[in-house]
Design a protein around this ligand. Structure first.
Ligand code: PHE
Length: 374
């Protein structure tokens, strides 16, 4: 992979660089900061839940995704030979800097940068070299949460209890579930930076679904300049895409990166409360046909729409009025409509659309003449 000229988010590439152009394009898209994007909506929903639970909780979502390997791996006790560090799993900008593989890369940074903070969430885009299918993509988003406790006042058991209660509450809030054994279960997990480590699954739409990984303990606190004898803590990491896909009925992870207004216009900041569900649209290309005509006064646009609908059925996606002109001298009015033809399951050919378009015009003509002669 060829390195770009100059720096990537302030970091100079070297021969270890392995970020392809398609992944580099994703940097700076800031999907989480868009209040109308499903991921931005979910991030806001998570923040609202934590703000309510814990008024001291701080939120971060503007950290750059290029981090050094010390923050991403060493401080989290990821062993030097662990496969997650390998360039076949991780995007390197140079030998010391990577595209963060998880938001845990910021755990120690925030804890040492802001000693007064006892709880925070940090969300951002993360990157992993991975297979590509409907639910895997080399760029995705995570939300990290950390909470600290005074070790003299709160026991390890109580920390673990608080972790479970908080995250069960979050899952219940997101998926409108009651907490309890038939809807949620905890499984043992392993992360090098928490001990014990757990995974939360919820029973949703007839199946157990992994929601998050988390853990308690004091393993990394020393690396953040804290004294493990004085503080306990818990942390969790939540993958946002999979949850947003389930919540909003989004079938393919690539849609999150789509510029298509047919996707983005389906969501508003209130979409979580309104339970908005994604309506599928065709991924095949459109064929556009324009109709320009002089309009008799009595002509109703709806007559034209009906004729087109009648001829095209569901292959007509929309009809837009592109131009509406009244001649200053004669007072005659002209309109130009653009018809978007598109099939849900295949690419339409220009020829077949032309044939239908011609039929529409043939039907339209007598209507116009008739109106004219009235
Ligand atoms: N960083 C872990 C992951 O990406 C999730 C995690 C975060 C686990 C915090 C424990 C504590 O899978």
């Amino acid at each position: 992979v060829l390195a770009p000229p100059g720096e990537l988010l302030g970091v100079s590439p070297d021969e270890k660089y392995n970020v392809p152009a398609g992944v580099r394009e994703k940097l700076g898209k800031d999907l989480l900061l868009n209040p109308k994007h499903p991921l931005g909506i979910l991030w806001k929903t998570v923040q609202d839940y934590f703000a309510e639970q814990d008024p001291n909780c701080k939120f971060f979502d503007t950290e750059k995704p290029v981090v050094n390997t010390v923050d991403c791996f060493d401080k989290l006790r990821v062993p030097p030979d662990h496969p997650s560090r390998s360039p076949s799993d991780t995007y390197y900008v140079n030998k010391d800097y990577v595209l963060r593989t998880h938001t845990s890369a910021h755990q120690c940074q925030f804890l040492s940068q802001y000693p007064e903070i006892t709880s925070f969430l940090c969300a951002g885009d993360v990157y992993r070299r991975d297979e590509i299918d409907a639910s895997h993509y080399p760029a995705f988003h995570q939300c990290e949460g950390v909470r600290l406790f005074d070790a003299e006042k709160v026991s390890r058991e109580e920390v673990l209890e608080d972790l479970k209660k908080t995250l069960e509450g979050l899952a219940a809030h997101l998926f409108q579930l009651k907490t309890g054994e038939d809807t949620m279960r905890w499984l043992d997990e392993y992360f090098p930076f928490t001990e014990p480590s757990l995974e939360l699954e919820i029973f949703y739409q007839d199946d157990w679904m992994e929601v998050l990984g988390c853990g308690a303990g004091a393993l990394v606190l020393r690396n953040a300049g804290l004294d493990p004898a004085k503080v306990h803590g818990w942390a969790f990491g939540l993958g946002l895409e999979r949850l947003a896909m389930v919540l909003f009925g989004i079938p393919d992870i690539r849609l999150f990166w789509s510029d298509d207004s047919r996707f983005s216009e389906q969501f508003v900041p209130e979409s979580f409360a309104q339970k908005t569900k994604f309506k599928p649209f065709s991924k095949y290309p459109p064929v556009l046909k324009d109709i320009s005509m002089w309009i008799p006064e009595e002509f109703a646009d709806n007559d034209l729409f009906e004729m087109i609908r009648d001829e095209g059925g569901d292959q007509v996606e929309k009809v837009d009025l592109m131009d509406d002109f009244t001649h200053p001298k004669t007072g005659r009015r002209s309109k130009m409509f653009r018809v978007t033809w598109r099939d849900m399951s295949r690419t339409l050919t220009n020829e077949e659309v032309n044939a239908k378009h011609e039929t529409v015009l043939e039907r339209l003509l007598p209507a116009l003449v008739m109106l004219k002669s009235q």
